[in-house]
Write a protein that binds this ligand. Structure first.
Ligand code: FAD
Ligand code: SF4
Length: 330
């Protein structure tokens, strides 16, 4: 590991000013991703700005009935919060499906959003990788890609975003708030992660040096009947090979509102808007759920070794939406 500076900050403007003064600096949340990447040489910050003591550690109701979650709230605190569990149960389930208890005690909301891909070539500095070293190539396309993207990828990168939390946030239209030297800003999650295109190293629309200060969850009554389901290669302590966040409101057998987002299939949490449109106003039946999933997955472009994800996501969508329809009918 290379030498680096370390500074703990206590106010947001001080954090942003420090970061602005040093382009080689990085914010440090729980360090559960950044420090691992520093050990392997993927990240080489000259300076760490520890943000954990910033006054961003609260979860509060908003006047319109939504929730505001500070950037330094830990994953454990988020999953345990009574209002999160009541109003957005899929979010609590998604967070609890990630990592381990010890990691969730350290990991923060801001860091979770910005965690990097688990593509093995990205983590291995002896390999080419367009995301880590732009223009060097993407060995995953011809190589090991069984857990890579089937939607929205490009010829330059087929990596997936690993966050479970982000999938639920996508389903619930979360908004990311940030601070820069020029003042505060916000980005809907749908615009937060950039399309891969030919610039896979540019992952988010955050301005350079921006500090994430929190997220807001707009009020969404539909979210009260929601679920997160994650499929992985072992029962715990593993990243998803496919996951779903879903919420469903059914009246007299007809879908009034549905939210659906897929995880581990794209470079970002994938909001399944085509499937949502296909379902809204139609019957809440397994056949309709399957047809909607097929419509969404018609855009899939699987690689030779990850075509199984198309079937997996279709089956996950049907299973979870069927469960939610049964729950709504009770
Ligand atoms: C063994 C293991 C298993 C895991 N399994 C899962 C899993 O199954 N599902 C899952 O979703 N995740 C999993 N994770 C990832 C884990 O969720 C992330 O490492 C964690 O959420 C990152 O949060 P952090 O606060 O530790 O971020 P850090 O490591 O501190 O930072 C990550 C990035 O975010 C930046 N950053 C941090 N805070 C801010 C801020 N406020 N503003 C701007 N930038 C900021 C940092 O500069 C860095 O670039 C796993 C991790 C490990 C090590
Ligand atoms: S998939 Fe993306 S992260 Fe993985 S090797 Fe290719 S360019 Fe790098």
């Amino acid at each position: 590991m290379r030498e680096f500076g370390y500074q703990r900050v206590h106010d947001v403007s001080g954090a942003v000013a420090l970061r602005g003064a040093d382009p080689e600096a990085r914010y440090l949340g729980g360090g559960t991703n950044l420090v691992d990447l520093m050990k392997t040489g993927v990240e080489r910050p000259a300076h760490l700005i520890d943000v954990r003591e910033l006054p961003l550690g609260r979860i509060e109701s908003t006047p319109d009935g939504g929730l505001r979650v500070g950037a330094t709230v830990t994953n454990s605190e988020l999953a345990a919060h009574p209002e999160v569990r009541r109003a957005y149960p899929a979010l609590a389930q998604a967070v609890l499906a990630g990592a381990s208890g010890q990691l969730r005690n350290m990991a923060t909301v801001g860091g979770n959003l910005l965690q990097r891909t688990r593509c093995g070539y990205f983590a291995d500095t002896t390999q080419p990788c367009n995301k880590r070293a732009p223009g060097s190539g993407c060995p995953a396309i011809e190589g090991e890609h069984h857990n890579h993207a089937i939607l929205g990828a490009s010829a330059h990168c087929v990596a997936t975003h690993p966050s479970d939390m982000g999938v639920a946030l996508a389903a619930f239209d979360a908004v990311v708030h940030y601070e820069t030297a020029d003042g505060p800003g916000e980005l809907p999650l749908a615009e937060f992660y950039l399309p891969v295109g030919d610039t896979p190293h540019l992952e988010t629309a955050l301005p350079s040096g921006a500090l994430i200060t929190g997220i807001t969850l707009p009020p969404a009554p539909v979210a009260a009947v929601s679920r997160y389901r994650k499929v992985r290669e072992r029962a715990s302590y593993a990243f998803a090979i496919g996951s779903i966040a879903a919420a469903l409101d059914v009246e007299d057998g007809t879908v009034r509102e549905v939210r659906l987002a897929f995880g581990a299939v794209a470079s970002r949490p994938w909001r399944a808007r085509t499937a949502e449109q296909a379902l809204t106003g139609g019957p809440a039946t397994a056949a309709a759920f399957a047809a909607a999933a097929d419509a969404e997955l018609a855009a899939a472009e699987p690689l030779p070794h990850n075509g199984y994800k198309v079937t997996l996501m279709r089956n996950l969508a049907v299973a979870v939406l069927t469960e939610l329809a049964e729950e709504a009918a009770r």
